[in-house]
Ligand binder design. Structure first.
Ligand SMILES: [Cu+2]
Length: 411
């Protein structure tokens, strides 16, 4: 088992941290597309649509043609799947997705007891893998591709084990910057991923630890207790906490985060974090202002010392509660899959806007902020999501969503 260090999404700092420089976009061929983000959220929302449409045009023209994958050509227009905004799902579509997630939460685990004694369900197999590998999959060269594979194999499990036939969803953070309580993902209805946690008055702020940097202060949100509504109100988070940031500034860690520790799902919806870090303007800025994958993935996760936790941290911490504020245990919140659908969508847009340079662009090493130092991640680096699903796979197979094992686009 890995040694569990206290870390949170914004942070842990290494001396090896490279200097961050913003580069000017160099995509002159993308005529008419925005090259910088509008400060107006409605205008930036429209910009995001334009960037998405351009990315989709490119992706549709290159299906099955991404030469670095050894499985080249197995994706065709015929077997292409789509991923959609949760708001574009009909009520029956939403219920079908929710039902299949709940199904996975009832099937028995495959993870052996000696690996994760707390894994009780197939859903927990994914949670245990994420807890176990957290320090090798965040602020690393594998971050984007690992999570792409992780959510894809989750989708595969929903399909093959729980008879799901619908599309994979994504959560548009910017759309909820006016109030997460009204979000179709979080409104607590029977077509949501459950709602807010019970209101706990007078909660203190959360402080994200930042090593030598000043901690990042996060407001406590509007809930704090157990989720009281929606399809997951009786669901139990079976493992963790591993490094759970608590209101008041403490971090909760269990001796063995992979041990069985069933407890309610807690949330504290924090719209302010979407407004700060994951609004439409921040999303478009991420896509248009980062011209290489190092800058892109660092801005997405929040550059240590910058005071930002990026759209990735913004989305995660906006759920609040437990495990929403625990990097390791975050897949224990069933909205994780919507959030990482959006993360993958943003990467997909960014890649397709300059496929030649970005499709196979990898930067970083195999350890969190290269601490401890480890070799660079390359196309040959093999990742493995353990007992969750799938098998070991090389990074080269994971760079395109329309070649290799994948065959999907975002609409
Ligand atoms: Cu993760």
């Amino acid at each position: 088992m890995v040694a569990f260090k206290v870390l949170t999404l914004g942070l842990i700092v290494s001396q090896a941290y490279a200097t961050f420089t913003l580069q000017k976009p160099s995509n002159a061929h993308l005529q008419g597309l925005p090259t910088s983000a509008s400060p107006s959220w409605p205008a930036a929302s429209h910009q995001l649509d334009l960037l998405h449409e351009a990315a989709l045009r490119v992706a549709n023209h290159t299906i099955g043609q991404d030469s670095v994958s050894h499985n080249r050509g197995t994706c065709t227009a015929k077997n292409l799947r789509v991923r959609r905004d949760w708001r574009a799902f009909s009520a029956p579509d939403k219920k079908a997705f929710i039902k299949s997630v709940r199904c996975l939460q009832q099937l028995p685990a495959r993870t052996p007891k000696h690996v994760a004694p707390g894994a009780r369900t197939r859903y927990d197999d994914f949670l245990a893998t994420h807890i176990n590998q957290t320090q090798q999959i965040h602020y690393t060269g594998t971050f984007l591709a690992w999570h792409r594979y992780f959510i894809f194999e989750f989708e595969q499990a929903l399909r093959s084990e729980c008879h799901y036939t619908g599309d994979y969803p994504y959560w548009v953070w910017g759309a909820d910057a006016g109030g997460m309580e009204k979000s179709e993902v979080f409104d607590g209805s029977n077509t949501s991923m459950s709602g807010n946690g019970a209101y706990i008055p007078n909660q203190k702020h959360v402080k994200l630890l930042l090593g030598k940097y000043a901690p990042i202060d996060l407001p406590p949100g509007t809930g704090g207790g157990c989720v009281t509504s929606g399809p997951f109100k009786d669901y139990k988070v079976n493992m963790g906490p591993a490094a759970l940031s608590l209101p008041g500034g403490n971090v909760s860690t269990s001796k063995n985060p992979l041990a069985y520790n069933p407890r309610c799902l807690k949330r504290s919806l924090t719209t302010e974090l979407l407004q700060r870090y994951a609004n439409y303007t921040s999303t478009v800025r991420l896509i248009t202002e980062n011209d290489n994958v190092w800058n892109f993935e660092m801005a997405m996760q929040g550059i240590p010392g910058s005071g930002s936790i990026g759209v990735h941290g913004g989305g995660h911490y906006s759920m609040g509660g437990d495990p929403g504020r625990d990097v390791y245990t975050s897949p224990g919140d069933p909205a994780f899959w919507h959030h990482h659908g959006m993360i993958d969508r943003v990467w997909w847009i960014w890649q397709n806007l300059d496929r030649k340079h970005r499709l196979h662009d990898i930067s970083g090493t195999g350890t969190f902020m290269n601490n401890p130092p480890s070799p660079n991640t390359t196309l040959d680096t093999v990742i493995d999501i353990g007992h969750a699903n799938g098998g070991p796979i090389a990074m080269r197979e994971l760079m395109s969503t329309t070649d290799g094992p994948f065959c999907y686009v975002y609409i």
